[in-house]
Ligand binder design. Structure first.
Ligand SMILES: Nc1ncnc2c1ncn2[C@@H]1O[C@H](COP(=O)(O)OP(=O)(O)OP(=O)(O)O)[C@@H](O)[C@H]1O
Ligand SMILES: [Mg+2]
Length: 176
């Protein structure tokens, strides 16, 4: 794991941030805390079984970024797009995709111009056909709530986790 502090520059990089058995309010709080960090664009893959909280997390992130009105789940449409100033956000749910080539008609590569934030549920359905992730959000059912693991998988993702303000979401437990 990469975890280092640069004294004087206040840079803390984390590879992994873990929150165990959190309720929905805390999960939404984590998404909100992440929002300022990701507003420059990048790719987030959301991984977890049915009902694990992927859309809940994505929706909280979208609202925190400033999307107003109803945030629809892309369960049926596969993709929902949002424009916030110069930032375009693409929220995908690939649960219904059986093979990577089935997403080709979406033309994701052609869409990926300018400042883009990708939020992709069920990315494992289309491995290789998607923007590679900066951050993987892992969600799993726990005894009462959900286990959340934010895994940075690029320098950008590590930077994001360094920016997240732990004070706004309670103590972080970092793990390798
Ligand atoms: N701690 C929690 N975190 C997130 N969601 C929770 C939590 N506790 C209960 N829930 C509920 O669990 C459900 C999560 O549904 P959600 O649509 O976010 O899951 P999903 O991972 O996107 O599922 P799918 O794979 O079907 O798209 C919501 O109804 C939400 O209210
Ligand atoms: Mg969902």
């Amino acid at each position: 794991m990469t975890e280092h502090s640069v004294i004087g520059h206040d840079v803390i990089e984390h590879d992994v941030v873990v929150r165990e058995d959190i309720d929905e309010t805390a999960l939404v709080g984590m998404a909100r805390a992440l929002a300022p960090a990701v507003s420059a664009g990048g790719a987030i893959h959301l991984v977890g079984e049915l009902g694990a909280g992927k859309t809940t997390f994505a929706r909280a992130l979208l609202v925190a970024l400033g999307v107003d009105g109803r945030v629809k789940s892309p369960t049926y449409s596969l993709i929902e797009s949002y424009t916030l100033g110069s930032l375009t956000i693409q929220h995908l749910d690939l649960y219904r995709i059986a093979a990577a080539d089935e997403v080709e008609w979406l033309g994701l590569r052609d869409l990926d111009v300018g400042r883009h934030l990708w939020l992709i549920e069920w990315p494992e359905r289309a491995v290789g056909a998607l923007p590679s992730p900066d951050l993987i959000v892992h969600l799993a059912h726990a005894a009462h709530g959900r286990d959340l693991r934010l895994e940075a998988v690029s320098p950008v993702g590590r930077q994001w986790l360094g920016i997240v303000d732990p004070g706004s979401v309670g103590p972080f437990r970092t793990a390798s």
